[in-house]
Write a protein of this length. Sequence first.
Length: 239
Amino acid sequence: MDSSRLVPLPDDIGFETAAAVLLQGMTAHYLVKDAYPVQGGDTVLVHAAAGGMGLLLTQLITHLGGRVIGTTSTTAKAELAKRAGAAEVILSSAVDDLAAEVRRLNGGQGLPVVFDGVGAHTFDASLASLRTRGHLVLFGAASGAVPPFDPIRLAHGGSLTLIRPSLGDFIADRSELLRRAADVFEWVRSKALEVTVTGRYGLSEAAQAHSDLEARRTTGKLLVVPDAAALGRREETQS
């Protein structure tokens, strides 16, 4: 590993916490600070709000003074999103027109920004949820890649903008990497970010971790750790 891409771990931040928060924490950092700088009073749509990324985004947007409308697939996940600070949560399977429900929850108005890490399944609703000159931040494709589309749709939607960012471009030099990591660690210290580790898998169970993610059986963060460490955690839980 090139040492210039490593981040020194502060004494008061544990290895598991760092493993759980650093990659997605820095992703959340550039999303709310650079891809679209969230301002106090913004109402923001966050898809998959109970996932590892969604929970971090929801906490940060709330910390910055924004109001989060989240989407989830189950009532249990909706409760997690609300505990993270979401003002409203929509069960995706319970509504026929997601964008219409978003606008209803925002007084009939579109939103300034949507953070969409789901991709193909939510893209159309994300665009339809935006106000004139709104911003779609498409940072992932959990449901598959968005098919090619005619950019004139952005004009017809009200001069919308679309960004498809990647973390690597926002930590391109070491000073930026260290600045974002330091901010994330400080958010953890101040409790602006609370890391929710909901599952630990031994290295030999890595395939099961992937299967659980693909089947949408998970919330929060999953860690893949050495088998002995995973066993130790389970024994502590059982005792």
